[in-house]
Structure formats: structure tokens, C-alpha cells
Design a protein around this ligand. Structure first.
Ligand code: FCB
Length: 440
């Protein structure tokens, strides 16, 4: 590694991130059915129709996995909680085993000197709530706040930081407009409602956590640097539209009480009546902002209905999932988030990392490409710090190879290799290098 912990400001937090459905093993411990189970069971949605029933079996290997985090001297573990594990029907009767699991997880972190950073929702909506319209139904904000209240009354006293919803863009646009994630819709009215309700749910969950005295609450959004595919005014405008929908809608709503004009141009006719009045709730005060960043996209204009753009393959080196490696984009979002939305709030990189076709050979797993990726992105973090951006931490995606949603189990994002036959964990070269760099 080309850096050491001492190269970062005192108190800078290094962490690793995971999510519930991607690692736990949703088939264990009485969790209820989710819209991801339904989506994955529908032919054509997920490679080999794979799902999270067993995943990494983290549910039974909790201690082994927490030991891995502690041994590398990370400061923070960013995990998510499964709504359907806690409330199998989404509402009503809790699952005691689910609450116990998150209780054990938090205590296990504290016992190892790790800070628990919880995300309440990372995409696995209980199916009974999907039946009621899921993110299209305004009532989801209340259902989500009730889940938040129930879970955080149990574990909130020991949580270091919390965010309601992972990546609102994925919850809304990717899942209701592009149809690539559950519930797999391609419908502009459903999209507009999800784009708004996801923020309303965020706001009500923040209020629920404040009400029970929790602090250090934030929001985690994902960003893709949008570059015009060609040097024309039309391509520049297409990239602006992409940027508005992807990168500015959510932060503008959360922090500035408005939505960007380029996005409203297509979505406003489909928003629920009275949407402007919800900004009072959506804008509930936050303590930090989280940036998930992986790649950039080249955007070209496209004839046809709004939003009138398409993605074009770019020339840069790519990861195993075909994403271009563009570390400068992280610098861009750190500085723009600070200047346009931060108003002094600390900013965390809550996810960054890459998929690589890693294999274990004679007990070793070499992943030099991942090391280079992490170093290049951390260099951009340091550049932003030098410019005065209050970056407070950097969390890697991910601790373990895991269930990469519609791409199933073959795309490997982990610092630790997982053999999905035997479930054996093998720390990769990047894990060992990070452990060395982070040693106190
Ligand atoms: C992010 C998700 C995470 C994982 C990584 C690769 O968008 O938050 O669950 O899929 O991408």
C-alpha cells in the first residue's frame, strides 16, 4: 500500500461495508420473504436465478467474520439490517430471532473495539409490503419509520452511526425505471413516486431515531460521474440530465428542499400531489453525508421520450463488472457534495471498491488490481482533504465476496475470498496489505 493510517487526519475512520441480503443467508433464522426473492425467482432477472438464501452464511459465521474485520484493524463496520428478518410480514409481529441476531452483531462489534455503522434498508423489501405497492405507496414512509423505531429501540443505544436507506437511486430509478433490480418495473409514474417516497421514508426514519435519542445520523447516496460521450451541446445536455437524475435529485431533496429542473422536466407530472410539502420531513437535519462511488458513465443523446439519453462504452480500464475505473470522479463528488450540499457536514466514502475475477491458488489469493484501485481512490480522498473537504472516513465495499444482486455470485468484490461451495474464507492480498497499512 502506498499509504499508512498516519497519512490521514487524526480520527479518520477506515471501515468495511456489507449488506444483509448479500451475506447473511436469508433462509436462516425466520426471515420473511422479500421482493428480491420474488425478483430472483423470475426467469431472466438474475444470473442462474441465484438468490440470497444461503449467501455467505454470515448468520452462522458471525464471529469468524467479525474477527476478520478486527484483525485488519478497521475502525468501523458498516452493515445493514434486513426488514424482513426483523418483521417477516413487514409490519406487525416481530421475529425475536431476527432482533437477537442484530443485538449479537452489535455486541460482537463493540467487544472487538469496532464501531457499528448501521444502514436500515439495503433493498430487500418484505413481499407483503411489495403487494401493497412497495415504494409506490406513500404509506411506506410510516411502515419504514415503525420498523426503524422497533429495531433501534433494541440496538440504537449501541449504534455509532446510522443511515436509513442505502442508495435511493437504486431503490427508485434502477428498480422502477430501468427494471434491473427488484421489483423490476419499467414505469415512469411508479418511478416518480418511488423517487419521492424513498426520501420521505428517509426523513421519517431520521425523525424516529432522533425521537429515541440517537445521534450521528446520515444519508448514503450513490454517484456516477456523468461525462458527455461527444463534444456536442446535445451530449452535454444529456449528461446534465443523467447527472440530475442520478447525482443531484436525492441530495437536492435532502439538503436544499428542491429537485433539479432537468429531472423534474420528466418526473413532475407523475409526482404525488402535494410533494413540495414533504420537504420539511425529507430535510430533517443530518450529521453526515455518505458517498458510494464506483465508476463513471459516458452519456449520449438518444431520440425518443424523456430522458433521451443512452450510455456509451468508454475507453478506460474496466473491472470484472465492466465498470470503468475513474478515481477522479470520487474527488469530483467529494468536492461538489461539500460545496453544494454539505454546509460543513463531515463526508464519508461509505462504499468504494471493485470486482475482480479472484481465485485461490495454493491457499493464496492475489488481487493486485484491487490494491491499485483502492490506492488510486484514496489518493483522490487525500486530494480532497488537502483542498479542505471534511472527509471523515473511507469504507471498502466489501468485506466478503457476496451475492452481487442480479449478477449473482460470480462477481467478486471482497477483501476476503469466499468459496461458495465450502464457504471457506480466504483473505486476499488486498486484505493483508490494508491490515499492514492500518496497523496502529
Ligand atoms: C452498491 C451496493 C452494494 C453492492 C455494490 C457493488 O451499489 O450498495 O450492495 O452491490 O454496489
Amino acid at each position: 500500500m502506498s499509504f499508512r493510517r498516519a497519512d490521514f487526519p487524526e480520527g479518520f475512520q477506515f471501515g468495511v461495508a456489507t449488506s444483509a441480503y448479500q451475506i447473511e443467508g436469508h433462509g436462516y433464522g425466520g426471515a420473511g420473504r422479500t421482493h428480491w426473492d420474488d425478483f430472483a425467482a423470475t426467469p431472466g432477472n438474475v444470473i442462474r436465478a441465484e438468490n440470497g438464501t444461503r449467501a455467505c452464511d454470515h448468520y452462522h459465521r458471525l464471529d469468524e467474520d467479525l474477527d476478520l474485520i478486527a484483525a485488519a484493524q478497521f475502525d468501523v463496520y458498516r452493515f445493514s439490517t434486513s426488514w424482513a428478518r426483523v418483521l417477516p410480514e413487514g409490519r406487525g409481529q416481530p421475529n425475536p430471532a431476527g432482533l437477537d441476531f442484530y443485538d449479537r452483531l452489535v455486541d460482537g462489534l463493540l467487544a472487538r473495539g469496532l464501531k457499528p455503522a448501521a444502514t436500515l434498508y439495503h433493498w430487500e423489501l418484505p413481499s407483503p409490503l411489495a403487494d401493497l405497492g412497495g415504494w409506490r405507496n406513500r404509506d411506506i414512509a410510516g411502515w419504514f419509520a415503525d420498523f426503524t423505531d422497533l429495531l433501534m429501540r433494541r440496538i440504537g443505544d449501541r449504534i455509532w452511526s446510522a443511515a436509513p436507506i442505502n442508495e435511493p437511486w437504486c431503490v427508485a430509478w434502477l428498480s422502477h425505471f430501468l427494471g434491473l433490480h427488484a421489483p423490476g418495473l419499467r414505469d415512469i409514474r411508479a418511478t416518480a413516486r418511488a423517487m419521492h417516497h424513498v426520501l420521505l421514508a428517509h426523513g421519517q426514519a431520521i425523525q424516529a431515531m432522533r425521537a429515541i435519542g440517537m445521534t450521528n445520523l446520515g444519508a448514503v447516496c450513490n454517484f456516477e460521474y456523468a461525462a458527455p460521450a461527444e463534444d456536442t451541446p446535445e451530449a452535454a445536455a444529456a449528461a446534465r440530465r443523467y447527472d440530475a437524475i442520478y447525482n443531484r435529485w436525492f441530495l437536492s431533496g435532502l439538503r436544499n428542499g428542491s429537485y433539479p429542473a432537468e429531472a423534474l422536466a420528466g418526473l413532475e407530472p407523475h409526482l404525488p400531489a402535494g410533494w413540495q410539502e414533504d420537504f420539511a420531513t425529507i430535510g430533517a437535519p443530518l450529521d453526515w453525508l455518505g458517498i458510494n462511488y464506483y465508476t463513471r458513465k459516458l452519456v449520449a443523446p438518444e431520440a425518443g421520450p424523456w430522458p433521451g439519453y443512452r450510455e456509451v462504452e468508454g475507453p478506460l480500464p474496466k473491472t470484472q463488472v465492466g465498470w470503468e475505473i475513474y478515481p477522479e470522479g470520487l474527488y469530483h463528488f467529494l468536492t461538489s457534495t461539500h460545496s453544494d450540499y454539505g454546509r460543513g457536514l463531515p463526508i464519508y466514502v461509505t462504499e468504494n471498491g471493485m470486482a475482480n475475477a479472484d481465485r485461490v491458488i495454493a491457499g493464496q489469493c492475489e488481487d493486485a488490481a484491487r490494491l491499485a484501485y483502492v490506492e488510486a481512490h484514496l489518493a483522490q480522498v487525500r486530494r480532497a482533504l488537502a483542498d479542505g473537504v471534511p472527509v471523515a472516513g473511507y469504507y471498502l465495499w466489501s468485506l466478503l465476496d457476496n451475492y452481487e444482486w442480479s449478477l449473482g455470485y460470480e462477481k467478486r468484490f471482497g477483501l476476503v475470498h469466499v468459496d461458495f461451495e465450502t464457504l471457506r474464507r480466504t483473505p486476499k492480498a488486498s486484505y493483508h496489505a490494508l491490515a499492514q497499512a492500518l496497523a496502529r
